[in-house]
Design a protein around this ligand. Sequence first.
Ligand code: DCP
Ligand code: MG
Length: 384
Amino acid sequence: MSQQRTVFHADLDAFYVAVERVLDPSLIGKPVIVGGLGNRGVVATASYEARKFGVHSAQPMAIARRRAPHAVYLRGNREKYSEFSRRFFSILEQFTPVVAGVSIDEAYLDMTGSDRLFGPPVEVAEEIRRRTREEVGITVSIGIGPNKLVAKMASEDAKPDGVFEVKPEDVEEFMASKPVRALPGIGPKSAEALKTLRIDTLGQLAAHPVGPIRRALGPNVAGWLQLRAKGVDNSPVVERAKSKSISAETTFSEDVASVDEMANVLQRLSERVGRRLRRSGMHARNVGLKLRYPDFTTVTRQTTLQQASDGDAAISESAKMLLIKAMGERAGAVRLLGVSVSGLGAPAAQLSLLDDTPQRDSAISDAVDRARDRFGEDAVKRGS
Ligand code: DCP
Ligand code: MG
């Protein structure tokens, strides 16, 4: 049995229009259309107010002007949109290192395991939505499902400005009622071909004998589409090769000479890294230390944990040990300290009962995170 996954699909609402509204709030509530304004221009996006008149992305602008003559028309500015996109993605990356961007305003997040630490996925999604609203100024909708396909389809139901979760046990029912066109990969031609077999919904597609579907859509895709129609999708959110590291570092305004003070800084940096690691739902195998001397010589050291962990203590103990070693090789003041974790992976299924230290570390760190989430960063200070 493979582990049950939790995947988010996050997609900003009417993205280009939303950015224009941050820059010019007088556009809020009005029908707004962004796109090419010339004779041959097409609509990039329309506000939800304008969509009511039948205006949509990729439509010739001439048709949009006929359907919504009173709307506000804007040319748009890609550079501004990219800037907002970057801010959005940097929020997403704080919740998991497993973020796969698929377009300027859209990403998949593998949130497997995050529920264990932060409560129900819907609450995590609301937190992402709140931060995007407050820090980027625009609304994002999030679909939640056991794989990318279902998460993507759920986000359509979440729009605009909402969350929609499909639990694993509800996937078949959720998929069955959808029209075949709702399945990514089924275009107007395939839908037409299926219609001749009197197949309109994904439920009908899934239940149909495969022979006629092979003849209608081709032998290679028929079986695959029937599985997708049931909501089956095993593709990873990001390819394994992309597995990353998490790090935090600080440059001092004045060089630090006291090893005690360095250790205190490493403690804080370790807690920051640990918190982001726990948000990712992953455990780390390696801990790294980065250290820069006043002459800008930069040293990095790495150690492998006995057991992969997501606890602050495991990280900070390793980082401090590496510091002692580094100071043994070259003592003196430093201008920068950094802590990182790498070798990220899903937590080992069951830790040995005898060896309970990592679990305890993890549990304490979880409690600290929760307090900080509720009362702010400074709510909890560790004793040293
Ligand atoms: N876009 C474009 N041309 C298209 C489709 C989209 O230039 N044919 C641009 C404009 C959109 C942005 O990409 O604002 C994101 O595309 P989406 O499909 O996510 O559409 P929106 O974000 O505008 O709306 P929605 O709320 O449906 O996500
Ligand atoms: Mg969008």
